[in-house]
Design a protein around this ligand. Structure first.
Ligand code: NAD
Length: 370
């Protein structure tokens, strides 16, 4: 089957290898039933790479990842690596990939499947049907901008400080991703900052407003202060479609939005970079939000759905295969109607493992595709 879609597959550690194996079955289904093939290359990352090569990410794996159209990532980490020096820890492999691929846009959808409404801590009428996207700037702001550090003040005390700085191009490039996303979804973009008290927020609002005036056809832009956004997310989250915000606020608001859905095993994410000048495709990495879950690794009980939905995001955002992404997400919802892994188990459903849940999703794809 001819294909020019190059995927770098990095299962990682712990349940990462188990849920990636399950994801391969979904890919096989798409190859067989939709003639959707991928050129796949697999590599080690995290603890697995340390075991094989003494480093959490080899130069070769990094180069192959950069050369691919998209990276599908599992999870890294585990107690066996806890005592390694900082630079050799499994998580450094993940951070190096994000940095070297310049993945500045982090997409975290918060979707509440009808069958999982009861898993949220919020009232069903607040979260049922929820489908929002938090877009977080990932390479700038408080976590990277200079100056930052801890200074000795010479009087027995110290000063710790970070800088929340953003330049016009940094705001514009994340704003463009926000508008593109809004166009592919409900057409509504909410830009979030604190322009009432922060200079970086004033510039953020000015640049977003100008960008929208110049390039925002088909997108309705609104502005909101970050503290109000946190309140609105738990009061009435369905008022949002896409939220675009900086690194620090995005870190907090995306975790808050994620928990509206009730379960870590259900949360996908995508990190995108600038479009490639030749292919027009953004550099991209897709991964579940959860970690390697050492407590359940090797038991065959990990929930594979966050991995599947990360793959669905890959189909939609890297390969423009929206119909296949929709099919996979619909199959996940259908499978959830009676099947549950332990992390989302509710009375009345059948408890199953990674393989059983994958069978249920593939079965639902068979039925939906008829
Ligand atoms: P974790 O996300 O691995 O697990 C937290 C809890 O959620 C555990 O009880 C686990 O069993 C459960 N859980 C997570 N995913 C699940 C799934 N798919 N199905 C069923 N249950 C699931 O977080 P942690 O325990 O804090 O971290 C474990 C390791 O993972 C650490 O080494 C940490 O650094 C690493 N980590 C990696 C990533 C990543 O690779 N992106 C993210 C977070 C943590």
């Amino acid at each position: 089957m001819a294909s020019n879609r190059k995927i770098m597959v990095l299962p990682g550690d712990g349940i990462g290898t188990e849920i990636m194996k399950a994801n391969m079955r979904v890919m096989d289904w798409l190859a067989k039933h939709r003639s959707l093939g991928f050129d796949m290359q697999e590599g080690f990352v995290g603890g697995a790479a340390y075991d094989a090569h003494g480093t959490p990410l080899t130069d070769e794996t990094l180069a192959d990842s950069i050369a691919s159209d998209a990276v599908l990532f599992g999870a890294v980490g585990g107690p066996a690596y806890d005592d390694l020096p900082f630079e050799l820890k499994p998580e450094r492999g993940l951070l190096a990939l994000r940095k070297e691929m310049d993945l500045f846009a982090n997409l975290r959808p918060a979707i509440v499947f009808p069958s999982l409404v009861e898993a949220s801590t919020l009232k069903p009428n607040v979260v049922s049907g929820l489908d929002i996207m938090i877009l977080r700037e990932l390479c700038g702001g408080s976590y990277f901008a200079e100056p930052r550090g801890i200074d000795d003040l010479g009087d027995g005390s110290r000063k710790g400080y970070d800088t929340n700085a953003y330049t016009t191009p940094e705001i514009e490039r994340i704003g463009r991703v926000g508008m593109d996303l809004a166009r592919k979804r409900g057409g509504k973009l909410t830009s979030v900052e604190k322009s009432n008290v922060m200079h970086s927020g004033i510039l953020w609002r000015e640049v977003m407003t100008a960008l929208h005036a110049a390039e925002g056809d088909g997108v309705e832009l609104g502005h909101m202060y970050a503290d109000n956004c946190a309140m609105q997310l738990v009061r009435n989250p369905k008022q949002f479609d896409v939220i675009v915000t900086d690194n620090l606020f995005g870190d907090l608001l995306s975790d808050c939005a994620a928990m509206l859905t009730g379960s870590l095993g259900m949360l996908p994410s995508a990190s995108l970079g600038a479009p490639d000048p030749e292919t027009g495709l953004p550099k991209a990495m897709y991964e579940p939000v959860h970690g390697s879950a050492p407590d359940i690794a090797g038991k065959g009980i990990a929930n594979p759905l966050a991995q599947f939905m990360s793959f669905a995001m890959m189909l939609r955002y890297s390969f423009d295969q929206g119909a296949e992404a929709d099919l996979l997400e619909a199959a996940v919802d259908k499978a959830l109607q009676s099947n549950r892994t332990g992390d989302i188990m509710t009375p009345g459903c059948t408890e199953t493992g990674t393989e059983g849940m994958t069978d249920a999703v593939l079965d639902a794809m068979d039925r939906l595709a008829r």
